[in-house]
Write a protein that binds this ligand. Sequence first.
Ligand code: ZN
Ligand code: ZN
Length: 1214
Amino acid sequence: MAPGKTAPRLLQDLLTYDARYEERAGRNLLTSPPPQHDAKGPAVAAVPFRNCRHGLFTKIEQSQLPAVGAEPDRDTTYKVAAYCTKCRWHVDVVVGRRNEAAQNEACGKANPGYPLHHFLYEGEDNASSTHGLGAQLRPRTYTFRCSAPACPVDVRISMKPPRFSDHDIETLTNQAQLRRRWEAAKLLAGDRADANMARRVDSLDYLNTYLSDSLKPTKGKARIPLLNKKFLKAFGKDCDAVLIGLGFTSDTEEDNDGTVTQVWYLPKPEGPKSALDSTLRNVIEDARYELNTLILNMPESEREGCRHTPLYPTPSRGDIERILACADSDAKVKGRETRNTEEDHPYYASLGAVGDFDDALILFAFSRQGTVDIENKAYYFECLQDLATGRESEVLGTEVAMLASQGFVSKRDTERAYQYFSIDPVHASVISDEHIIGQFKARLADISPLQADEARRQLRVLGDVRNSDSIRAEASGAIETYEQAMAWFDLDRGQPDDFVQTMFLVKTQDNPACQETAQKALSIIAETRESDRLRRFLKFGSMTEPEMDLGDAYAAFQVQDRSAELDLAVLRSGLLDQEGPRMQQAFNLIEQDQIQRFGDKSHEPSRPEPRRNNYPLETWPVGLRNIGNTCYLNSVLQFLFTIKPLRELILNCEEHLQDPSPEALKDKKVGRMAITAERVVTAQKFVRELRAFYNRMITAPTDTVQPAIDLASLALCRTDNPGEAPSSANVDVAESAGLGTIDGAAISGPMLPPSDDANRTAPADPTTPADSVMNDDGGPQSDDSPKIMEGNNDDVPPAPTRDPPPIPPRPETKPAMATKTKIGRIEESALQQDAAEVMSNIFDLISCAMHGEGILREGEQDDAIKKLFYSDVTTVLETAEGTQKNQELRGNFMVTTGRRDRSLYAILDEDFGKSDIEEERGTRYDYIERAAAIQIINVKRIQYEKRQQQPVYDHSHISLDKTLYMDRYLSKTPTLDEAQLLELRQAQWSKQRELRDLDARRTKLQTTGIDGMNLPDCLEATSEFIDDLLAENIEQQEQQQAAQDSLPTPPPELADTLHDKAKHLAKDLEGMDSIMTTLEAEIESVFRDCQDVPYRLHAVFTHRGDVKGGHYWIYIYDFQNNCWRWYNDDSITPIVESEVLDPETGKRPKVSTGVVYIRADLVEELTEAVCRRPEPVEEEAHKDVEMQEADDDDDQMPDLHWGDVQVIEGVEKE
Ligand SMILES: [Zn+2]
Ligand SMILES: [Zn+2]
């Protein structure tokens, strides 16, 4: 729809509208939308300069006005008949009311929503009646209707040209013509003719008199004989048309004497009628007003003796304002005078407003205009914006800001958006939405995700401006299909829900602006997969939303006493009234808790788990459902389950439990720490939970089970010893994560392993970057201080939330730490090695819970854990003071990749190999005195980048051999004694030293103070610079300019030297990588023939993500069935070996975070991947609808008589 205008604006336009120049102006000031203001374009005059600024006066006879002082009433049609004394045009303004029941509230002062009428142009009466030449001069009537929904008012504005055309006036007043008439009169009347020629004013004056007489007919004045002296000299034959036009008629009269006289009869208008009718009387009245004006326009000297009695009409403006209900003086800004001579800024006209509106009326006009002319909403917003600035109005400014926040966009922004998509904004109206979407998609194909969000923002602008749902939909996501959604998350089709969740978090954290898009993509994936987990995540699962714990679950059902046994059936019936997955989740938690504590009384699963695979239950490991982002815990639990002796130990734990009496604990040391009774009790609680859980893993009649919350919490339980916990001086555990306690035990993050590795894992000193700790610091732990945990307390990782998410909490959820470095270290500790740490903690708990089978070095308890997993490692220190050997037990080896793709051998060789100890001016190397049957090698993936002051994720690939020969790391093997092995080692070390030197050199060459430039590049650049400088100096000297301003001249040979050096170094750098690879191969080959102690690859802990987190899963080899399985939470699928071992490409390749090797001769004995004795499903369960359906396949199918069914080409026919 076109824009409208408020009543004052309509009046202002009416006062300057001049039909005579309309064609030249190219628009109708009254009815056409005003041109949009373009600050850059040429100025467009609001009113064409020739236009008459009308001085309107009311023709009272033709008007119908409200009584003086009275408000217009709603039943009357009002009319102001006005006449311009300047251009002699006649203007009728008629305000009528439609008779519609719904429209019963006229605008006006009393109507707060609609203080003013806002008129929309409806059309022109008889628009087609006259065309062509002179069309501008015909009478025209424009109709307008108020746009307010409840307002019945409409307005008709008639513009009528003067009764007397310029030609008429010329005819009446032209001196030459008057002279000719006088000559003719003398000829015709002879002496009876007037002695004087008519003056210019006379014809007008006489005509005025005739017309006046015609309105008040008196006897004898109805006719004018042609030979009337005055008539004869003033009007000639050439005036007939004028007279006839005014209603005069001429005839011949026969006198008594038979003479025929020509006579003019005056017009005979009807008596006064309704002001609304158009009659001959009006014509005559109008003519008189004009004659009056024409006469007054004559110089006074010429008007002498004129019989004309001047009319004193009143100005119309006030009358029109009254009937248009715009004479609201309150609405005018002080100091601004209503005027129609000065021009308002075009923005006012655009809003249908006038310059003297106050802010409230400006807003009203804006809102009306935006409502009726949605297409140009952006432009009106821009008007409002600029007026707010121009008027320095706080009210408007606030409003503009508010509207902007609601998605209002200005025309400028709109144009920018069009231009963004290479569309000329002037074509906007003819461009289709589809075209715009097409442009968007084309753009999307070759821009980055960040730019894509900008593209979407621009598209949304266009969607809003064009009010196009299809564009808005496209902008909201541009993701419609499952494939698009997965692609948006950079995921391959089959990747599991956890990846989706992880990528959702990664994406939205990288760029919060894409939240909306991410949600849409996630929702598409959730629906396509019919994944309740993703749906739940979408609904509740923002990182800030705490996962529901058991306490929440009981609270949700308003159960006060958690320890009491509940009737689950009753609880479930309550569930029916309660909507939402959160209640279902709460119920599931309670149900699980109750079954664990009181047993399953129902004898039927409440919701039969839908099968997730097709393997017979007893042949396939059970999947572990994710209980809130504990995928790393699931990986650890799965791995530990496959270690047969450990599993059996747990299942029979009652036989091995530690007596928690003080006497019994007197000599117990685990992780070199004395153990308290509380610790033992907590540990035993964990072991019992683990036993219950293992039992369910074995017997569950489903193919997945869910770890209990308590099990997960205990697995992460750091300590229950009040004497040791508070020593964490710098990290307030309770405050840092608000975990609270479980049965009095503080809940915290995974514990660092109680060994030397603890120091290696966590950067102990802010000045020591984490990635430099390998072998270089920490040193051997020769002291037997039981306080080793205390020593690490600075580095205790911040406690994660109870159910650690795959992506650790963002920094803002953490307590404010003193320094950035501290935050970096804390964050790093929290992020890395979740699986490794939770495993160490579990080992520790099991050792604490079980009584020992002997005492190892330093009082350490010997037990199944030590036997299976702990190697006795010797570190040989060679310093000036001599050679020193330190021995320690290690439950795992922590290695780094060196930030490049390497084999596990290369990594271990470096770890065990000879290296310098800086502080002690010596060297160290390690070997294994006694190797555990199970070797766990953890890979540190997150390292602290010293230069960037932030953790970086190491995505390097570690190539794994199916068989790892441990010979080279042992003190002796069946075929090689210590001396022989040392000899081989020494050969390796010399090559390793070469390698290290090369590496250091390479690092030096690669690192300069200049970003993105290695040393050769820098030298080359310097060389070029010197060259330029020399050239410049020579030039300057040639021009005999003062050389003193320039830089000192470097020796000319310097540039060449630097250039040569740069070339040389670049070549060095180039060659270095290949030399290093060769060296590594040589290092490896030293032990090529040492294959007496093979270990077999059993498990690979795998992670996909980055420093922000990611998803864990584990690959486990089944030595009984000779196959790999991929344990990804609830899903366990077979996988080919290459998938396990081969590197992935792409931005976030999966990486191994831990590998487990098992002594080859013990694999059968120590591992058993499948251990299942699923309980038979009870008969009652068949009542369940879902079970019934499942039964159809098995039981009822055979009853079908296949012979009865005709089968044609595989299509069943009834
Ligand atoms: Zn005028
Ligand atoms: Zn209205």
